[in-house]
Design a protein around this ligand. Structure first.
Ligand code: SF4
Length: 270
């Protein structure tokens, strides 16, 4: 093994505790699990896409700003991801052990939010979470996800009873969703616009996103970049507009390329 690889592993020791609490979820006694948002380059040089189905959400992403950029937080999320990548079954066993321990100590039902940052980036990783859920039936596991195709293929046919999810709009796979059938969540400029649209806010308790009435509305985070980005619209609308612009660019590109080629091949006398 090359020397620099050994140094990398030493630099990111395997986390002893997998679950943490952020200030917002701590009030509700919800623990969470996170990996880097969108994509990351690990110290050993590997680049991993951790939100492959992310769409316009990546631009104002709360998990790519503020405290998430602190070196200690980045290192921690990378160490979590490394554990998953390098020893998925060992990670699953460690998660089961920690959930069992925490659940025994907890006076109330233990809720886990998967992916304060990141998403179910591979089939194997999602399947391991499903196994964890089945081994720990007393624990409630929930998440927001943009991995629509993967969930419809791997989760929807036979979901564990304690595994809950909501599809969050603003991703590349929004077009696979039907809000009259699928549980969806959208990001709105503010609480009033959620109510006006007849959607249901989860502000009082994040778990309402998976247990309360649907469709679910979330107010955009307070970071100036996000406020500027949303500019009175919803994430789903911004994604649709983006998809249209992209499709139009694609439609015109072959013509421009064909036009350039025709010019290059045209003889001066033609
Ligand atoms: S899927 Fe979530 S964590 Fe990933 S880029 Fe989008 S908002 Fe950020």
């Amino acid at each position: 093994m090359p020397e620099h690889h050994t140094e990398t592993v030493t630099a990111l020791p395997r986390p002893k505790t997998l679950l943490t609490q952020n200030s917002r979820l701590a009030k509700l006694k919800i623990v969470n699990w996170s990996i880097p948002a969108l994509a990351t380059r690990l110290p050993d040089g590997r680049t991993v896409s951790t939100c492959p189905a992310a769409g316009i959400c990546a631009l104002p992403c709360y998990a790519r700003q503020g405290a998430y950029l602190w070196p200690s937080v980045k290192r921690r999320h990378q160490a979590n991801l490394l554990f998953v990548l390098d020893d998925l079954r060992g990670w699953g066993e460690a998660m089961i052990a920690e959930l069992t321990r925490r659940n025994q100590r907890s006076k109330q039902t233990l809720w886990v939010r998967v992916h304060d940052a990141g998403d179910y980036f591979s089939d194997d990783y999602l399947l391991e979470w499903l196994r964890v859920a089945r081994v720990c039936p007393a624990v409630r596991i929930y998440s927001y996800t943009k991995e629509v195709e993967r969930f419809k293929r791997l989760v929807e046919p036979d979901p564990p009873e304690n595994f809950f999810w909501v599809y969050s709009l603003g991703g590349r796979e929004d077009h696979l969703l039907d809000p009259s059938v699928d549980r969806v969540a959208d990001v709105f400029p503010d609480e009033e616009s959620i109510i006006r649209a007849g959607w249901h806010p989860q502000t009082a308790d994040d778990r309402l996103a998976v247990t309360g009435p649907a469709p679910v509305g979330m107010s955009v985070n307070n970071l100036p970049k996000a406020k500027k980005f949303i500019a009175g619209r919803r994430f789903s609308e911004i994604q649709v507009a983006y998809n249209r612009r992209r499709a139009a660019r694609r439609r015109h590109r072959p013509l421009r390329v064909a036009g350039r080629r025709a010019q290059q091949h045209a003889s001066p006398n033609s």
